[in-house]
Write a protein that binds this ligand. Structure first.
Ligand code: MTE
Length: 326
């Protein structure tokens, strides 16, 4: 995300992402995927599957997840983004402020992951990943993805609706908001050198109104493109709220807390005028420093290879969410 008005030298390493994506050529990519789907067919849980990618791949450490695509979210009128492009063009400030952070993100320790669900709920609980996938059936959904920076992708996520978790933990009548907290350990997630990480309000947090969380579209992703999440996408579990700007989707979640009042969140704390708590995709509401009327649909080949298309209100999901804002 852009803090300052003029040249952003810390974004220069983005050029590396393109050369890396070009290096992991299409043939190798298809081979990886073919192997992944065969091997994954009979192995439903996240923990006990064989890793299928090499250490030098942006998909390192991922395991196949073979699940059905939800027919309601089976298609988008735009082309699905090239997987290696999506895996090498990321925002994950804990690991730096350029888009080319996938190698840095490999430092994230994802073993024995726990997600604490706490706050105003009748059934507080700490889940490990297998608990989550046993409790909540996984499905695949193809969603449009829109970053506040005005780039966009189309991504197939694997996960489960947030509403399923709401049902399981039973928020009390006082619960009006939810807050997601991402993993943070300053020794591991060093953060960017510019802007210096100690000035950023880590851990990364994001939040929703509880009615937004209960909307059918709000999703916890544990996978992408038919396998577990690569670390740079927010392994092992992240939020995806497709009618809002991408920054609402906290990565690598360790805590989900139900609260009575609107929680403080990372970007909103840094710059409330630029990054609203609500943050719905709205073409007519410009960011203070740029228009949101159009977006750059990234791909097919590299990040420099994009198509400019009109931004759609609620990112095209008005039929599901407009009533929340009536
Ligand atoms: N979550 C954490 N913990 N840290 C981040 O820096 N960046 C956000 C969001 N979630 C971010 C985060 C932003 S600005 C975007 S656009 C998306 O992640 C990018 O997701 P992707 O890299 O998987 O495409």
């Amino acid at each position: 995300m852009a803090f300052l008005h003029v040249p952003r030298p810390w974004q220069l390493p983005e050029s590396q992402a393109t050369s890396e994506a070009a290096f992991y050529n299409r043939r190798r990519f298809l081979k990886t995927l073919a192997g992944a789907s065969l091997a994954g067919a009979a192995l439903p849980l996240l923990g006990c599957q064989k890793q299928l990618t090499a250490d030098d791949s942006p998909l390192v450490g991922t395991r196949p997840l073979s699940v059905e695509r939800n027919p309601v979210f089976a298609q988008v009128e735009r082309e699905t983004t090239n997987e290696l492009l999506a895996a090498t063009y990321n925002n994950y400030y804990e690991f730096g402020s350029s888009k080319a952070i996938w190698r840095n993100a490999q430092a994230l320790p994802t073993e024995d992951w726990k997600v604490e669900v706490t706050g105003l709920v009748n059934q507080p609980r700490t889940y490990d990943l297998d608990d989550l996938t046993r409790a909540f059936p996984l499905e695949e959904r193809l969603y449009r993805f829109r970053c506040v920076e005005a780039w966009a992708m189309v991504v197939p996520w694997v996960g489960f609706p947030m509403n399923a978790l709401i049902q399981a933990v039973e928020p009390t009548s006082k619960a009006k908001f939810v807050r997601f907290t991402s993993y943070f350990d300053r020794a591991v997630t060093k953060g960017p050198t510019f802007p210096p990480s100690q000035f950023l309000p880590f851990p990364y947090t994001e939040g929703l109104r509880i009615e937004e969380m209960a909307n059918d579209l709000a999703f916890f992703a544990v996978g992408i493109y038919g396998h577990t999440l690569p670390k740079q996408h927010g392994a092992p579990i992240r939020a995806v709220i497709p009618w809002k700007y991408g920054f609402k989707g906290a990565k690598s979640i360790v805590k989900i807390e139900f609260t009575e009042t609107q929680p403080a969140t990372f970007w909103n704390t840094l710059s409330p005028n630029e990054y609203k708590f609500e943050a719905n995709v709205e073409p007519d509401v410009p960011h203070p420093r740029w228009s949101q009327a159009k977006e750059r649909l990234i791909g097919p080949g590299s990040q420099f290879d994009w198509q400019e298309v009109p931004t759609i209100k609620y990112n095209g999901y008005g039929e599901f969410v407009a009533s929340l804002y009536a």
